[in-house]
Design a binder for this molecule. Structure first.
Ligand code: CTP
Length: 396
């Protein structure tokens, strides 16, 4: 997939710079034409010679480098590139790009670029959570910059939390997805994600424990595959994947309305949301008071089954269901696929999936079962999308 792809690998000053050596190696081994540009800080952490040896090319770090014949290095070095990947991207580097600053070679190459830019952030958890970094992240996303990671985990500084750079193989997978043939080009994909919230009274709700991460990963993977993606999302605290149109809903009924409106013009419907099966029959308009020791009864009524409705539509989209089970995965998955009449169902155990960045998925279709294995939700989402693309009718 990466054979001959012209990539500029940028390395900013973060301790994860040592992992960039492995990334360079992976890209070169996959056949990519890799040029490396480092910030001055990065050269203090890993020597340029390492990258020169790995990329078989001179390494650039100085805006005033006299090796570039016309002294236009800041433009020339990225001109023929198809993608710039900065890994690690430090908090400082993200701030620079977000504000269009160009005070060294790498930031100048980013500002002068014609090709897309991908950043793999890496920093201490406090730096990642800092309001300015989060603000910059929002600006970068709005500018169409592709963001890979970070993930939560142990950090070099001894702390634990978000800010850890993705592993080199995961960044390489993101780069591959960028260059992959757009197998869903021209397709409209509708995805539901997250939980729904059913009010009991003005302050209380019935909901499902769902972070929305799997659904958001599916939306992103479908977008990467070239689809026009609409994401109908319950209340979650996740950023909208770049290039995806998001519609926020709260209740199952609202999700149903949003889906009903868009399903007829969609080619694929992927139902990842953890829809609340029940809602309060008569939600109170005022806050319900404590019953002083007496038992309280809440009458519930069933919500519409959104997926079953879409799967039953005449000329409806190709439907993919998710089954989150706590036991007997195989049996429940097969039953659910049959009852809802689905061509494809993705099954996972809640113990593996809830709130985590990783998951384990098995696909079920007419041909049988297809274990996707265990991995990052985004990796699994990419495999799912690939499988879906393979099942869609091919144009003659
Ligand atoms: N689903 C839906 N609307 C509902 C309930 C579920 O669209 N009201 C979809 C989910 O998005 C998922 C699939 O149906 O793709 C299976 O959801 P799940 O909650 O696992 O199954 P249920 O049909 O609710 O069955 P049960 O709760 O008995 O396991």
């Amino acid at each position: 997939m990466l054979k001959g792809k012209r990539i500029l690998l940028g390395i900013a000053g973060g301790i994860a710079a040592y992992k960039a050596a492995m990334l360079a190696r992976l890209l070169v081994r996959a056949g990519a034409d890799v040029r490396v540009a480092m910030t001055e800080a990065a050269t203090r952490l890993v020597t340029p010679v390492t990258f020169q040896a790995l990329s078989n090319q001179p390494v650039w770090s100085d805006l005033w480098d006299q090796r570039v014949p016309d002294a236009m290095g800041h433009i020339e070095l990225s001109r023929d590139r198809e993608l710039i990947v900065v890994a690690p991207a430090s908090a400082d580097f993200m701030a620079k790009v977000a504000h269009g600053l160009a005070d060294d070679l790498l930031s100048t190459l980013c500002v002068a670029r014609r090709c897309p830019l991908m950043l793999a952030p890496a920093m201490n958890v406090e730096m990642w959570e800092n309001a300015a970094t989060q603000r910059n992240l929002g600006v970068l996303r709005d500018d169409g910059v592709l963001i890979e990671g970070p993930v939560a985990g142990d950090q070099a500084c001894g702390e634990t939390g978000y800010g850890r750079m993705l592993e080199p193989a995961q960044i390489a997978a993101g780069i591959e997805a960028f260059f992959a043939p757009k197998r869903l080009a021209g397709k409209r994909v509708l995805v539901t994600a997250g939980p729904t919230e059913e009010p009991i009274d003005p302050v209380r709700v019935l909901t499902n424990a769902s972070s929305g991460k799997m659904g958001y990963a599916v939306a992103r993977a479908a977008q990467e595959a070239g689809a026009e993606v609409t994401l109908v999302s319950g209340p979650v605290s996740l950023a909208t994947p770049a290039g995806v149109a998001r519609i926020d809903v709260r209740t199952a009924q609202e999700m149903f309305e949003a889906v009903k409106k868009r399903a007829p013009s969609s080619d694929v419907f992927i139902s990842v949301a953890a829809v609340a099966d029940y809602k309060a029959k008569n939600p109170s308009t005022q806050k319900i008071k404590k019953a002083n020791g007496r038992p309280v009864t809440l009458e519930l009524e069933e919500n519409p089954d959104i997926l079953a409705y879409v799967a039953g539509m005449k000329n409806g989209p190709f439907c993919v269901g998710f089954a989150a089970e706590s036991e007997k995965l195989d049996q429940h998955a097969k039953e659910k696929r049959a009852t809802k009449n689905l061509p494809l169902l993705a099954a996972n155990l809640v113990q593996d999936a809830l709130g985590a960045d990783t998951n384990s998925i098995v696909l079920y279709d007419d041909r049988g079962e297809h274990p996707l294995g265990t991995g990052a939700k985004l990796e699994l989402a990419r495999k799912l999308v690939e499988h879906v693309a393979g099942m869609l009718p091919q144009k003659k």
